[in-house]
Design a protein around this ligand. Structure first.
Ligand SMILES: NC(=O)c1ccc[n+]([C@@H]2O[C@H](COP(=O)([O-])OP(=O)(O)OC[C@H]3O[C@@H](n4cnc5c(N)ncnc54)[C@H](OP(=O)(O)O)[C@@H]3O)[C@@H](O)[C@H]2O)c1
Length: 274
């Protein structure tokens, strides 16, 4: 397996990442026995606030599930890693997933993409005015919130089943809605989530041709108590814990069918304007 991952990373000329180190370090995922489960679910961004809580929720459901279901988390610190600044990691993760699904007939049934970027000490805070627009911040927010998830769709397409229900959900944000933008500000984050929404909508159309029962949606999690929201939480805002948000978002996904594919929903299941 490590050979295949290493091949992908080397082929793409991945910089600053040692497949050797990643493959020989103690694995965060033990190789799975594919004969032991019928369905697989994946949480991408499982090191983040919402992602970690969502992974915990799904893994708790896995115990005693029928058909037998397993959920795995992928993030920058798992093996294999997923790092949008190193696109070769996406193809390598796809190869790993294919191997986990194996020849036993196990199927991928849900992918939640809970990655995202808003601020960092290095790149600063979201813009309050166009005067603060900065090329480096804009490139990074686009890379993590839009380009990375788009390349992830490309990497996952071949791993998604061609029949029966499969759900692919991307955490977006209501501020990415162009129709709902009444306040302005946060240029880069808003634009990156609007771009993500367009990728999700477009992929949903192609995915329907691949599997008529597929559900591909964007989700707004509301304000959730995580590192991403911390600097912006004001009094009076309805802030929920990540575990409450994960439960609410999963409940929304559980209600969706193919008729709802290609839409944008909030954590209460209300459709949002693009
Ligand atoms: N929290 C809120 O109030 C709120 C509101 C609206 C929308 N959202 C959206 O909800 C999602 C989850 O947010 P959160 O609050 O859980 O944020 P968070 O705690 O900051 O987690 C962010 C996640 O993004 C991943 N990530 C960052 N840079 C990455 C990169 N270069 N490559 C791959 N992954 C990268 C992190 O990866 P690691 O796991 O490797 O650290 C982490 O899993 C985001 O899309 C966010 O925009 C959140």
């Amino acid at each position: 397996m490590c050979e295949q991952i290493r091949g992908h990373l080397n082929q793409a000329g991945s910089k600053g990442f040692s497949a050797e180190v990643q493959c020989t370090m103690s694995l965060q995922h033990e190789p799975m026995n594919t004969s032991n489960f019928a369905q697989l679910r994946v949480v991408v961004g499982s090191g983040g606030g919402v992602g970690q809580a969502w992974l915990g929720l799904l893994q708790a459901q896995d115990a005693g599930s029928k058909p037998t279901t397993r959920t795995v988390g992928l993030s920058r610190s798992t093996t294999p890693p997923i790092d949008y600044t190193q696109p070769a990691t996406l193809e390598a993760a796809s190869v790993w997933l294919k191997e986990q699904l194996g020849s036993s007939g196990s199927q991928l049934r849900q992918v939640v993409v809970a990655t995202g970027f808003l601020h960092s000490d290095e790149l600063g805070q979201p813009e309050r005015s166009w005067r603060q627009l900065d090329a480096t911040y804009l490139q990074h927010v686009m890379q993590v919130n839009a380009i990375g998830p788009a390349l992830l769709i490309r990497a996952l397409f071949d791993v998604l089943p061609k029949s029966e229900r499969v759900v692919v959900a991307f955490l977006s944000a209501k501020v990415g809605s162009i129709g709902d933008n009444a306040l302005g500000g946060w240029y880069g984050y808003r634009a990156s989530k609007a771009a993500l929404n367009q990728f999700v909508k477009t992929a949903s159309i192609e995915l329907r041709r691949h599997n008529k029962d597929a559900v591909c949606v964007a989700l707004h999690p509301g304000t959730v108590d995580t590192d991403l929201s911390k600097p912006f939480v004001k009094k009076g805002l309805h802030v929920r814990t990540a575990s409450v948000a994960a439960q609410e978002l999963q409940a929304v996904l559980d209600q969706l069918g193919p008729a709802q594919t290609g839409q944008f929903f909030d954590y209460q299941g209300h459709a949002l304007p693009w």
